[in-house]
Design a protein around this ligand. Structure first.
Ligand SMILES: [Zn+2]
Ligand SMILES: [Zn+2]
Length: 178
């Protein structure tokens, strides 16, 4: 499989949270995602299933994939400049946790990521899990953005009407403490 898949770039599609997936199906999707990520042709850091139009909770990053990942513990704050396959050539400074513990259905034990041991991987796993929750890096942005200025995501909407919106559906559920 050498094909480079088409990546979803429509932020309105990417804002739809993914559904929990049955383990066997999740493993199939995860192996495919990981193959894309590891392909020399792509040289990608991570990929979430919904970036391929598959609305299931599976993502891959560097050398692993995660089926139905959930963050169960988190602490610390860091700032990290991220990029996203869905928004080429946009670098965004985002706020992330320095330490997170997650569960995933394809791993028996919990997985722990820390900025101290691997800052890139720690940010990456948070970026990908955000995707599964319908959250893009533009909602985690740390730069001060005027509410009436164009949104960084390129939607041509005002920031306040887009990724910075107070009526964002994810506000209460996932944007909480960060
Ligand atoms: Zn992304
Ligand atoms: Zn936006």
């Amino acid at each position: 499989m050498n094909l480079v898949p088409t990546i979803i770039t429509d932020i309105n599609v990417l804002k739809i949270p993914c559904e929990t997936v049955e383990l066997n199906e999740g493993i199939k999707i995860g192996e495919q995602l990981l193959e894309y990520v590891k392909s020399d042709k792509n040289n990608w850091a991570g990929l979430a299933a919904n970036q391929l139009g598959i609305n299931k909770r599976v993502c891959a990053m560097l050398d692993i994939y995660l089926v139905n990942p959930e963050i169960i513990d988190k602490k610390g704050t860091m700032y990290y400049t991220e990029q996203c396959l869905s928004f080429p050539k946009k670098d965004v400074l985002v706020k992330r946790y320095t330490d997170i513990t997650i569960t995933a259905d394809n791993f028996e034990s919990e997985l722990y990521f820390s900025a101290e041991s691997n800052m890139f991987k720690c940010a990456c796993v948070q970026h990908e899990i955000d995707h599964l929750n319908g959250i893009t890096m533009f909602e985690r942005v740390n730069t001060k953005i005027k509410r009436n200025s164009p949104c960084l995501c390129g939607s041509n909407k005002k920031y306040k009407k887009c990724c910075g919106g107070s009526n964002n559906v994810h506000d209460t559920k996932y944007k909480d403490e960060i």
